[in-house]
Design a protein around this ligand. Sequence first.
Ligand SMILES: Nc1nc2c(ncn2[C@@H]2O[C@H](COP(=O)(O)OP(=O)(O)O)[C@@H](O)[C@H]2O)c(=O)[nH]1
Ligand SMILES: [Mg+2]
Length: 400
Amino acid sequence: MQIGITGKPNVGKSTMFKAMTLQDVAIANYPFTTIEPNKGYGYVRVEDVGPEFNVKSNPRYGFIKGKYRFVPIEILDIAGLVPGAHEGRGLGNKFLDDVRQADALIHVIDISGSTNEEGQYIGPGNYDPIKDVKWYEEEIDWWFYGIIKKNLEKNIRKIKNEHLQLDKELAKLISGLNVKEEHVSKAFNELKISQEDYDIINDDKRLFELASKIRKIAKPIVIAANRVDINIDIAKKNLERLKKEYPDKVIIPTSGYAELILKELDKQGKIFYIPGENYFEIKGDLNDKEKKALEFIENYIFKEFGSTGVQNILDITVFDVLKYVAVFPGGVDSLADKEGRILPDCFLMPPESTVIDFANKIHSDLAKNFVRAIDVRTRKFLGKDYILKHRDVIQIVANA
Ligand SMILES: Nc1nc2c(ncn2[C@@H]2O[C@H](COP(=O)(O)OP(=O)(O)O)[C@@H](O)[C@H]2O)c(=O)[nH]1
Ligand SMILES: [Mg+2]
């Protein structure tokens, strides 16, 4: 699972990335060794199941804070784009490579309207951030369009002559964009494009429509209306206008800056803060600057927006937009692994995953020698085709 943070320059992408990936060293147990500088581990928040079984979970990856389990996902801090990028010098290989890998994008915009198109600071309310949503998404869609057009032009003859399925072939051709066959089929269905519509290649308008639809399905974009702290009134007004303009989009108000302050003070032991909550507890001595910042966060960010939005946007992207589910392996007789770790794992599974997919995720042998699955809460047997639900605890029984 990879989530890309993207947007024009100077809207707070790197600050948000830092806030998402900053962890207490003591609890930051990484599943893999560290990676490129613009990649890090962030965490989605799941209500832990341990308390239901009267046990204290001991995660192998991620950590427990309060009643929550924080499950690692990869976060990418993607270089900034400016308008017209796809036609000028191109989008840049690093940018394309990062976007290609991402399962979803968080588009950071400056909802205070203090940053112009090129990313220069011009003061709150002096730029309309709603404009960024349109041009930015179009840049990505044009890029998809270019790749689809080029690949179809090269292959359309063969597809036509051999009577191959158009959606299936297109999916193969653009699989490098992390696009799956079901994404392309869905786009064809929604736009009512037939499998014999080979002429679509000559209809730029429809081809762009198709590219844009595939992009929306395969790489959804969630909007972080960021920097709400710069001017609360302007932010709220812009937010309302943005939601009206784009009623179907997922738009979350955020302050990456506030989240970073909270995480840093928590790490230093000065406060106790559970990411995503609307409170903190003071634990140590604070200087005046820190006190002021915390007062502001409490009285304005928490009161007006419910949280800093940073944890919220990750959770919504993974669980509501991508519709992943978090599933715990466990046993009816014991919730511990061989080393005595209780509920050591929590896996993020794509929508519609079955218990066989889950067995495969744990170990391919478990899927190969699968006998049955058991819902650990109810102790009921589950069929092979059972579709996993969020926070299921499941035992896989296999032949040794
Ligand atoms: N007030 C405020 N400033 C922010 C916020 N996020 C970032 N900044 C500031 O905006 C500037 C650009 O931030 P940066 O994260 O480097 O932006 P990027 O170019 O999009 O990666 C820096 O001076 C940050 O301190 C925020 O949520 N609120
Ligand atoms: Mg940056």
